[in-house]
Design a protein around this ligand. Structure first.
Ligand SMILES: [Zn+2]
Length: 360
């Protein structure tokens, strides 16, 4: 039998989550360099400084990471003395800043901690980095990086973030359940994969129970219980699931029709720039359910989307059946469909799009 270890990041959540920094970071050293997005650091800086005041930890400097997660950006950060001299890195921001820190941490062999300032994706928890080219185009997925030693989810900062992040994050997160459960259909699941597949159920259940209220609370800037449940599901649960259902490149259950649909549509000129990933993926799940023949679940999810203003018709994402026909060859080629229980054809994609074009 093979010996293996499964490690998923721990977290602290709450309006004063950063106060636990000395407890969880102290064992890794005394100096931390903060790397993050500009707005994210502005939102977090005072609280970070207050949290380490009087403790053994010093924040040596606050460095703006750049504008995209690229290999060049990571190399430039690695060359900075403040980064080289630090015992650990604090990654502050949405997805791109944390992903950049993952590359830096790997090269410099330093532990990092993440401080998500929006609830839009699971970058703070996952071991994946989405890397772009210098011109802003997609470059590569870098899998199986070190994950954060601990994730600090400050709900007060997240409650004050612009609402579109949470809104799109809800769609991207519930997609995790539908894509993982379909991808794993009929598989023999060893312990950690079974945990991941079963855990993915929370990616939709929590949304059904708390998302509508969480959006209202985000609009009002209130770090409520509902907002906390939804933020944890987006940032933590999804990250844990993604790590548990793919320990290596074999049998990766992440991904499916919803993501393939998004990436396929990105082949249409101007599409990616004018759409939020999670919102299109939310619609892609409706496509997934039609293709998979899950009529009841389809109706339940469409009702949910209506309640929270996520798209339910093709026109809601600004495309036509003709656009989908054009993108279909790219959709079916997408890597998200590599491990799927059946072959998804162009006809299936176009047929589902037609039904969502005329659906009430
Ligand atoms: Zn996604």
């Amino acid at each position: 039998m093979e010996n293996y270890s499964i490690l998923v990041p721990s977290y602290t959540v709450g309006p004063e989550a950063y106060k636990k920094i000395p407890d969880y970071c102290g064992v890794y050293g005394r100096t931390a360099v903060v790397i993050g997005g500009e707005k994210a650091m502005a939102a977090a800086k005072d609280k970070l400084l207050a949290a380490v005041a009087g403790s053994q930890i010093t924040l040596s400097s606050f460095i703006h990471y750049g504008s995209d997660c690229t290999f060049e950006t990571a190399k430039a950060l690695e060359a900075l003395p403040a980064v080289q001299q630090a015992d650990m890195i604090f990654a502050v921001g949405g997805g791109k800043a944390v992903d950049t820190v993952k590359l830096v941490a790997l090269d410099l062999k330093k532990p990092y901690f993440s401080f998500p300032t929006i609830a839009s994706n699971c970058a703070a928890t996952s071991s994946l980095a989405i890397v772009y080219n210098e011109d802003g185009s997609f470059c590569d997925f870098v899998h199986f990086l070190e994950s954060a030693k601990h994730v600090f989810v400050d709900t007060e900062i997240i409650a004050k973030a612009p609402i579109q992040y949470l809104w799109a994050g809800i769609g991207d997160t519930y997609a995790k359940f539908y894509e993982v459960s379909v991808s794993a259909k009929g598989e023999h699941l060893e312990h950690y994969k079974a945990v991941g597949v079963n855990l993915s159920r929370m990616c939709i259940d929590t949304m059904m129970d708390h998302a509508e209220q969480a959006l209202k609370d985000n609009r009002a800037g209130v770090p409520s219980y509902d907002l906390e449940q939804v933020a944890l599901t987006i940032i933590i649960t999804t990250g844990w699931v993604s790590m548990l259902v793919a320990r290596d490149h074999t049998m990766d259950y992440n991904g499916g029709v919803a993501h393939a649909f998004f990436y396929g549509l990105c082949s249409l000129p101007g599409f990616e720039e004018s759409h939020l990933h999670g919102v299109v993926v939310a619609f892609g799940v409706l496509m997934l359910l039609l293709i998979d023949g899950q009529q009841e679940e389809f109706q339940a999810l469409r009702d949910f989307n209506r309640k929270v203003d996520l798209p339910t018709k093709l026109s809601d994402i600004g495309v036509t059946v003709a656009d989908v026909e054009k993108a279909a060859p790219e959709v079916v080629k997408d890597a998200d469909l590599e491990h799927y229980p059946y072959r998804v054809t162009e006809d299936m994609i176009v047929e589902a799009a037609r039904r969502l074009d005329t659906a009430e």
